[in-house]
Design a protein around this ligand. Sequence first.
Ligand code: XBP
Ligand code: MG
Length: 252
Amino acid sequence: MTLHALLFDVDGTLADTERDGHRPAFNQAFAEAGLDWHWDVALYGKLLAVTGGKERMKHYIDRYRPDYRKPAGFDAMVADLHKAKTRHYVELAARGGIPMRPGVKRLLAEARAAGLRLAIATTTTPENVTVLLEHSLGPGTQDWFEVIAAGDIVPAKKPAPDIYLYAMEKMGISAAECLAFEDSENGLKASLGAGLKTLVTVNDYTLDHDFTGAAVVLSDLGDPGTPNRCIAGPDPGQPFVDVAYLRTLHAG
Ligand code: XBP
Ligand code: MG
């Protein structure tokens, strides 16, 4: 089967959004609401076990704050906090504060030129994706993606495969024609569950995750001047990932 499309996760894959984007945005929302909740870098790493911002806040209270008495209407309060958090995240991303990871822009541009179809499959809120693309990838780059599948559009978030299945259904494409890009164990479970060959690029939060089943695990996509490292799987034999390598990986 020929490679026709690339499906990208966003958080941790296109950009290191978690530590320096989502986390401070959550903390701003908590402070603004007068809550004594604060997520430092290490705690946030543990909280990433649960995907989805609203789900993560509830997990934090259940697992780490036995002292906290949930008020009546706790779910609505979490929804309001999440709206505030999205507002802070959007402000931060709109200042261009969250750069793309190495090689991302180069590979996307090359893939487009090669006629590959592009899509996004992410757990995060849709406006977080569009603002990040617009301000970190470049104006108009949302249009590079045929489908942006995001957030609550499917009820079951990663590690469930639903968001990938949704994106492929919208594109009218089969898993065998696609390659997925992920950075985390939950993300990889989702893509593998959807039957997708998956290229993993790790980050500080996901270095020691279990990536069994990934087609390859790399430090990042690399660029001609800034070589990447192969952690597991077929070594690209070159300092960066390009479309030729993706075709070989997909065929293997
Ligand atoms: C992303 C997530 C999201 C973000 C926060 O996972 O887990 O919850 O951390 O986004 P993935 P929201 O990279 O696997 O898609 O607050 O908008 O939910
Ligand atoms: Mg991710």
